[in-house]
Design a protein around this ligand. Structure first.
Ligand code: NAD
Length: 257
């Protein structure tokens, strides 16, 4: 039997991409798509229901797993509905505050929950490459630049924050993130420069610059299309469905490929 998939934020950029990617998979059936505001037309061949009634709809449609790309507040609300109905939860939503991450963490005792700031295999490879470069180039200055479409809400991106945490786990001397610079602002040791650009319809670009004396290394990734995130999220949904309750991330999915 195929995977019975529910999708939130169906009319968002990523919700649409997830519905399109799901329609390409024989083993995945979208049994529920919801959006907070009404959507008249079908998306990816699927009728869209109001999100208010998610709890009941999850049970009525017998969903196995829900894929969420919305906002932090709604992601917690939807994860709670999934916990009530014993539905696995996969979220790519970013911009969570510390309290919101704690709230999601509490739900991992009830259902399998996978949260990833990026569902691209290329970005997973970028993270590994950055870790290697940072470990090999001790003492080098590090600056991170990310670019996204002009509708993105959170800055810096969730992926940028994940990469920064990766860097800081290796370089304990880097204790302050400096977001842009203006005026008399020479670089000090111990800082990582972080730069967030917002323009056009850019799906997502991340570049890490490591600079020592007389040499620079840049490691970068460019998403050509949102479908890469949608494909990764559906892979995660297929992977998580029969897991025990707990917290999982995208490396768990990739490591089993
Ligand atoms: P978008 O603005 O195009 O769509 C957001 C969708 O969520 C819309 O349908 C909107 O109605 C809904 N939504 C937003 N806030 C809501 C709320 N409070 N209650 C109910 N519904 C709400 O955004 P997008 O580009 O699709 O991105 C959505 C999220 O996914 C963002 O957090 C973004 O950073 C993240 N994202 C993650 C990845 C990844 O690989 N993990 C990739 C791209 C985007």
């Amino acid at each position: 039997m195929g995977l019975r998939l529910a999708v939130t934020g169906a009319n968002g950029r990523m919700g649409r991409a997830v519905l399109a990617a799901a329609s390409d998979r024989d083993a995945v059936e979208v049994v529920l798509a919801v959006n907070r505001s009404p959507v008249e037309a079908q998306i990816g061949g699927v009728a869209v229901d109001p999100a208010d009634d998610l709890d009941r709809l999850l049970a009525d449609r017998k969903a196995d797993v829900l894929v969420d790309f919305t906002g932090p507040e709604s992601a917690i609300e939807y994860a709670t509905a999934c916990a009530d109905r014993d539905v696995a939860f996969v979220t790519g939503t970013t911009g969570f505050g510390a309290d919101e991450i704690d709230a999601l963490e509490a739900i991992t005792t009830e259902i399998p929950l996978l949260r990833a700031s990026n569902f691209s295999r290329g970005v997973a490879a970028l993270r590994l490459a950055v870790r290697e470069a940072v470990a090999a180039l001790d003492g080098y200055d590090i600056e991170l630049t990310e670019t996204h479409h002009n509708g993105k809400r959170d800055a810096p991106s969730g992926t940028a924050k994940t990469i920064l945490a990766d860097v800081e786990a290796i370089r304990s001397d880097l204790t302050s993130r400096v977001h842009g610079r203006e005026g008399d602002a020479p670089r000090t040791s111990g800082e990582i420069g972080v730069h967030a650009r917002r323009a056009g319809d850019v799906a997502g670009e991340h570049e890490v610059l490591l600079a020592g004396n007389n040499e620079t290394v840049t490691v970068s990734h460019r998403a050509g299309d949102r479908s890469i995130f949608a494909i990764g999220a559906i892979d995660a949904a297929e992977w998580i469905v029969d897991r025990a309750p707990g917290r999982y991330d995208f490396f768990d999915v990739i490591d089993e490929d």
